[in-house]
Design a protein around this ligand. Sequence first.
Ligand code: UD1
Length: 427
Amino acid sequence: MDKIIVRGGNRLTGTIPISGAKNAALTLLPCALLTDEPLTLRNLPRLADIDGFQHLMNQFGVTTVIQGSRPEDFGRVMSLEATRITSSVAPYDLVRKMRASILVLGPMLARMGEATVSLPGGCAIGNRPIDLHLKALEAFGAEIELAAGYVKAIAPDGGLPGGDFDFPVVSVGATENALMAAVLANGTSRLFNAAREPEIVDLCNLLVAMGAEIEGIGTSDLTIHGVKRLHGATYRVMADRIEAGSYACAAAITGGDVVLGGARADEMQATLHALQAIGCEVEEVKGGVRVAANGPLKATNLTTAPYPGLATDMQAQLMALLCKAEGTSVLKETIFENRYMHVPELSRMGADITTEGRTAIVKGVSTLTGAEVMATDLRASMSLVIAGLAAEGETQVRRLYHLDRGYERLEEKLQLVGADIERVGDD
Ligand code: UD1
């Protein structure tokens, strides 16, 4: 297995190209199931999860073609065509590797009248139920059965009637599944307290481009008027605001000055505000967002929350940055109950962090030291790379499959701005 070796101390400067958003791509890809016409997605990140999703779509009989992309380019174009769906079953073997597979449930049910999906695996960041996905589909008229580790959703003869659902907690995944099911329902559906993350807006924009009728896009109350059929479309995946935020933290911890090429400030306000509170300079520039850390880093208090609050997906990276800030920071994780698995690893590098339940107290230290550390989930892995960039000596990060799920050619992008980082085979 490969590992990443980071030698800390280099100041990062220059431009980092930001890829298409993984979390948007993984909800745009299953939209191909909603039409028998081709769906072409541009700016797809080259990531293990995207390859996995492509494989899952092939399993249903969807043909996929990757168009003219050179290996040196970031991003890819994929055309998907679900002329005929040959299977409506998402097997355990594929789903366990990728939690996002659950997102085929809604569109498959809408198109085929039934769908069978294995219960998902994915990041080990707490107990991640799918009850809200199922309740929303039930509210639209589906019948749900759970047996032998699989969920089976069945629509009445003639298709889903549609209906109303009020989410008791904001769920990104459940909102996505519900949207993709409702667009082909016979009637009108309404979602209350829906997630309004930029990735949800991206999904709505694609569905509208395919002929869907959705009101309230970008708000937490969505009205979806079901249509008889959707058509094909060509659509560009939004920039990855979490990847951009991660590189902003990487630059900041080195006292660097980088432009996040292609990033959109309006989609990452909470992260940019956090960086400003920590003492970074942040500005929108032509073609991206510039983040510079010219003065000392300062402690701050942060709480994750559904959008437009601070993304839970930024918590680990910001924590790594705060390890080197002057003073004591308090972090609260309100989305997941077990998302501090990077803390013991950061501590091995000399960080001073204590946790109690969902709260972490980070006392800034003047020196982090390189160590051999183990990645535990996607964003946790990135936090270790960030700490390594500012640590004295060498940091080795293992279990790179986590990083490869969400960061397109991480080491190449960091090398572009001057980091001393490389991927080597494990010995
Ligand atoms: C969440 C994040 C998303 C992030 C992703 C990967 C939020 C609101 N969502 O999305 O930004 O990209 O993790 O790290 O920050 N829940 C239920 N039942 C369900 C579904 C969810 O109780 O059926 C709960 C979860 O346990 C969690 C909360 O709702 O406490 C939000 O979960 P959800 O938004 O669904 O998670 P993801 O879609 O995985």
